[in-house]
Design a protein around this ligand. Structure first.
Ligand code: MN
Ligand code: MN
Length: 355
């Protein structure tokens, strides 16, 4: 079983390497030929508090699998955020059904590879495939499965690669939502882990989707996502919230942009209260928030790092020893990135505490 896993991983990496050099169609083999079709319907689902990459890849991958003759349905693990709703509306794509319990179901995980962020009872599901670009964390499998993982900008890039590998034509709408997902996850190709594959595929997808001005589309999509109109403070806090397990501690990390630079500290107070209220409803022992704000004219952008829960202050301060205290809150300059800064720093701190 282990050997098979590595063979599949190797094949994936070879395919992705092929794409990165621009030879997108170099491989014509399909992984599916080696995999016996599962019985009944299979659900493709992303992580909780779904973002555009999670929702759009579930839809696009379910569509591809359906085209290949597998009984596959895209589902979402919870209410979509405004950005994703905008993307689906823009390309006139229907919102998938909700999946609230994974027990006993055939599942394909996209855009995550851990139970903490998965639909409840994922440990009782039959996971048959994983397609993700995060660090794998603690999934256990009894059966053989197709596991695709790559340090790449977006899961959407991997899904589009599957269309190419399987020689399935992508329609305009699906190309559009995958393009939006790549833009969303890479901040329009500006994030550090953006690869050549993300770049080349985004350009191709934009062309197929008729997105003539990608930058303009990206801006419209992001500003829609940033609008907190009609949301409660708790909904704002949860627009981009993920839970992680570090050395036996469950920690939630929210990421929010300050909507109005003039009222930063007022907004910080509201988020503090929302976190305290949410702490009563979640299993997470600690809740953190990275709240990004624009610096004044000529000043660097910064992150206010909020914490909630017993012992959370100590964890936060140990994780960011260079943070300044402003108005009783931790302020980090330059601003933090959740994947590259916050997660590794918290991981180290919790590990250190466990010793
Ligand atoms: Mn995601
Ligand atoms: Mn993603």
């Amino acid at each position: 079983m282990k050997r098979c896993f590595y063979v599949v991983l190797l094949v994936t990496l070879i395919i992705l390497a092929g794409c990165a050099t621009g030879k997108g169609d170099a491989y014509s083999m399909s992984l599916y030929r080696a995999v016996a079709p599962e019985e009944g319907v299979t659900y493709v689902v992303g992580h909780r508090n779904p973002d555009s990459d999670t929702v759009c890849t579930a839809i696009a991958y379910a569509k591809l699998r359906t085209a290949l003759g597998f009984n596959t349905v895209a589902v979402i693990p919870g209410k979509m955020n405004k950005e994703t709703q905008y993307v689906l509306d823009y390309f006139k794509v229907e919102t998938p059904e909700l999946l609230e319990d994974a027990a006993g179901k055939n599942i394909i995980l996209v855009d995550h590879a851990d139970y903490q962020q998965a639909v409840p009872n994922m440990d009782k599901a039959n996971i048959i495939e994983v397609m993700d670009h995060h660090q794998p964390a603690g999934l256990s499998f009894e059966n053989n499965l197709v596991y695709r993982s790559a340090p790449i900008g977006a899961t959407a890039t991997m899904v589009y690669n599957e269309y190419k590998v399987n020689h399935v034509r992508i329609d305009r709408k699906t190309a559009g939502i995958l393009a939006a997902a790549i833009m969303s996850d890479t901040n329009n190709l500006k994030k550090e882990r953006t690869t050549e594959a993300d770049r080349i595929y985004l350009a191709e997808l934009c062309k197929k989707a008729g997105i003539q001005k990608p930058k303009k589309f990206y801006k419209a999509m992001k500003s829609e996502g940033r609008s907190f109109e009609g949301l409660t403070d708790e909904e704002i806090m949860l627009t981009n919230y993920k839970e992680f397990e570090f050395s036996g501690h469950i920690a939630g990390i929210a990421s929010v942009d300050n909507p109005d630079d003039d009222a930063l500290w007022e907004f910080v107070d509201r988020m503090d209260k929302a976190m305290a209220a949410y702490a009563q409803k979640t299993d997470a022992e600690h809740i953190f928030m990275k709240l990004d704000a624009d610096g004044d004219e000529g000043q660097e952008d910064f992150t206010v790092f909020l914490y909630c829960g017993k012992g959370a202050e100590e964890v936060a301060k140990k994780s960011f020893p260079n943070a300044q205290t402003v108005n009783g809150h931790l302020v980090c300059t330059p601003k933090l990135n959740r994947t590259n800064d916050v997660v590794p720093a918290l991981k180290d701190t919790y590990e250190g505490m466990a010793k």
